[in-house]
Structure formats: structure tokens, C-alpha cells
Design a protein around this ligand. Structure first.
Ligand code: GLY
Length: 398
């Protein structure tokens, strides 16, 4: 009997030991990432041309600062600085952060979370530069001009088909910019907008199975005029990156408010994704859940991985392990040769096999700058968990 007990105890030790061993060599991946982004910097001498992706002929696709992804490069450089503490990354991050400075006044887009909050708040967190704070608060004001109290949501685009007030699920990603602005300024208006937008989106943007529509078009009194897609396969399909924004968005809104309804929504979306029969065994989604066998979207995989690491922190019991395990599996896949580029490959992006806008015949099976950003964020979150460190991220400051 006691021998059986000893055997079982030893077995448990082996199994638990194996379970707690990191499955991704984060330091090796970040070392490669730094080598790649050094080359990426050398390929980008002009701070008016932001790395975005590649064109179908394989040449580099750069964008200007008013494109929605302009903040990701600077924000990733800040993450590399945070990891390495090497001043060369700080210099590069400062340069590429200030390159989007003028977007603080941009009132024609809802994407100021990605464009302004990510680089400037990441930099403010690491340097305390008061100029960054000033720019951030101006940007939060610009974003707030797109909120309409009658509808209770921030307008995404100024027009979509015949609709005057389209809101896309991606818009959730701007909300921690607004909760941050309230914490820093003391003005409650930003946080109130964030909560209202999250609540109206929760009511109108989801199907009974917790999958998300891409675009909801609102009438003047907040009535839903149409539910559509722009980047997904069909109005009624689940576009992979839209689901990724949704699970990340409600996880972050739970972090920011501690309101249980956001946690429940984030968990329900995660459960939808992870139990979907079309989720591939490597857990990197097809670009749309209704299109198995077509292209993958590694950007969706990176966003979901990062979100699930955070969601596992807020979840108890069996599901905690499920979310952590899925996030880890995704990170293992992304770090494998199947998705991870080699040094010098594909213009020095870190990940391949993302899909930007398939119905628009644009950015299909390519690297995307934001896939790299969320990949690095997921690596840093995974590293902190493995080292049992409670590290906070720039979103959580001050
Ligand atoms: N926010 C645009 C996209 O996810 O493609």
C-alpha cells in the first residue's frame, strides 16, 4: 500500500513538474525578436513610413501615421525596452512614438487606442515623461468627440454602406485608453463613456452563442438598423479577429471596472472560441470560423493568447487552467517554424500567416505589425507567469 502511495506521489511530482515547465523559450524568442526589429529599424529610416505588412509581390508595405496600426511599432519597441532595459530600444521607441504625435488631434477615427494610447502610455509608464501624458489626454479628448450619448456608443467610421453610425467590435479596444484618462485626470467623463460603450456593445453586438457581429449600425435613438460584416466572410459568420478583439476587450474592461458582467462575457466568448469545432488543433484560428481550410489569422491567435493569459488571472477552478493552457498552446504554435519567421525573412516581421481583410482582397496570408505586437505582449505575460511575478502592464498605470 505504502509503495503504491510513494509511486503515485512520484508520478504526481513528474506530471506537475512537467506541467509547470515553460513550453516556450521566451528569452530565445525575444532575443530573435530584437535581432529582427534591429533590421526592421534599419529598413525604416523615414519615420513617416510605418511598417505594416507586405504587398502581394513581397515588397514592404508601409503606412502613414493616420493609418490605424501606426502605434504598434513604437509600442512594440517599448516592450523590447522593458524586457531588455537596453537604452537603444528606448531611443528607437521614443522616435517612433513621437512619429504619431499629430494623431492626438485626429477626430476622424476611433482607433486612437491603438495609435496613441499604446505607444505613448507604454512610454509614459517607462519614463514618466509629462509631455507624453499631455499628448495622451489630448488624444482621449479627440476620441471622446466620437461618443454620442443618445446612442451610447463611440462611432467607428463616418459612413458604412448607407449607414451613418457604424460601430465595429474592434472599438472595444479603445476603452482602457478612456479608463486610464479618468484615473490620470480625475475627470469621470472618459470612464463613463467606456462603460456605456461596453454595455451597449454587450447588448447589441453578440449572438446567442456569444460570437460577435463585426459591424452594428445604429439609428439616431440608438436603435439597431443593421448587423453586418466588413472583414468577415458573411454577416452571420464569426470573423476570427473580431472574436479576438471581443475577448480581449471584455477581459480588459473587467480589469478596469471589476464589473462581473464583463468577466462573464469574456469567459463566454473564450468558451465559444475554444470549443468551436472549426478551431484547428494548433489553436490558431482560420481567418473566419466559417472558413476552415482557407488562410489562418496568426494575428487573431496572438491577440487571443495574450487575452487568455490575463483572463486566466481572473478565473478560478478548471476554467483557469483551460484558459492558461489554451493561451500557452497558441504561444507554442506561434513560436514554432509554422508561424515564426527566421532571421532576415519577410522584411523582419516576427510572425507570418496573418490575414488583414480577405473580402477586400487585401493582406491575405501575410505578416502584420499588430500580430507581432500582441505576440510580444503574450510572451511577456507568459514569462511573468512562469516566474510567478505579478507584473503590471502600461494599461494598468498609474
Ligand atoms: N481594426 C481593424 C482590424 O482588426 O482589421
Amino acid at each position: 500500500m505504502s509503495r503504491v502511495f510513494v509511486f503515485l506521489a512520484a508520478l504526481q511530482l513528474i506530471v506537475c513538474g512537467a506541467y509547470s515547465q515553460p513550453k516556450v523559450d521566451v528569452d530565445a524568442q525575444l532575443k530573435l525578436a530584437m535581432q529582427q526589429y534591429e533590421l526592421m529599424l534599419a529598413e525604416h529610416p523615414d519615420t513617416k513610413k510605418f511598417p505594416q505588412s507586405i504587398w502581394p509581390d513581397g515588397s514592404l508595405r508601409d503606412m502613414s501615421s493616420d493609418w490605424w496600426t501606426s502605434g504598434f511599432f513604437g509600442a512594440t519597441l517599448w516592450y523590447l525596452h522593458r524586457y531588455s532595459n537596453d537604452p537603444k530600444w528606448k531611443d528607437a521607441a521614443q522616435k517612433w512614438t513621437m512619429a504619431v504625435e499629430k494623431e492626438q488631434y485626429n477626430t476622424t477615427t476611433h482607433d486612437l487606442g491603438f495609435m496613441v494610447f499604446y505607444p505613448f502610455a507604454n512610454g509614459y509608464y517607462q519614463t514618466g515623461d509629462e509631455n507624453y501624458k499631455k499628448i495622451l489626454l489630448q488624444g482621449a479628448n479627440s476620441l471622446s468627440t466620437r461618443f454620442d450619448p443618445a446612442r451610447g456608443v463611440i462611432k467607428s467610421w463616418d459612413k458604412f454602406q448607407n449607414f451613418e453610425y457604424p460601430v465595429i467590435v474592434d472599438n472595444l479596444m479603445n476603452l482602457d485608453y478612456l479608463t486610464w484618462a479618468t484615473r490620470v485626470s480625475g475627470d469621470k467623463k472618459y470612464r463613463n463613456i467606456a462603460i456605456k460603450h461596453a454595455d451597449v456593445t454587450l447588448k447589441n453586438h453578440f449572438r446567442p452563442d456569444h460570437s460577435s457581429y463585426h459591424v452594428v449600425c445604429y439609428g439616431p435613438n440608438g436603435e439597431v438598423e443593421a448587423r453586418k460584416t466588413h472583414q468577415g466572410a458573411a454577416d452571420e459568420s464569426a470573423w476570427a479577429r473580431g472574436q479576438a478583439w471581443a475577448v480581449y476587450g471584455y477581459t480588459m474592461m473587467y480589469r478596469e471596472t471589476k464589473k462581473k458582467r464583463y468577466l462573464k462575457k469574456a469567459q463566454a466568448i473564450a468558451d465559444f472560441l475554444l470549443s468551436h469545432p472549426n478551431l484547428p488543433s494548433d489553436k490558431i484560428p482560420w481567418w473566419d470560423f466559417s472558413r476552415p481550410g482557407e488562410e489562418r489569422d496568426a494575428s487573431a491567435g496572438a491577440i487571443i493568447s495574450s487575452a487568455l493569459f490575463e483572463l486566466s488571472d481572473y478565473t478560478k477552478g478548471k476554467k483557469k487552467k483551460t484558459y492558461f493552457g489554451a493561451a500557452e498552446d497558441m504561444l507554442v504554435s506561434l513560436s514554432s517554424d509554422a508561424y515564426r519567421t527566421k532571421l532576415g525573412e519577410i522584411h523582419n516581421f516576427m510572425l507570418k500567416h496573418s490575414t488583414g481583410h480577405k473580402p477586400g482582397n487585401s493582406e491575405i496570408d501575410v505578416p502584420l505589425i499588430y500580430a507581432d505586437y500582441y505576440y510580444v505582449e503574450a510572451l511577456l505575460r507568459y514569462k511573468a507567469k512562469n516566474e510567478k511575478k505579478k507584473i503590471s502592464f502600461f494599461h494598468q498605470q498609474p
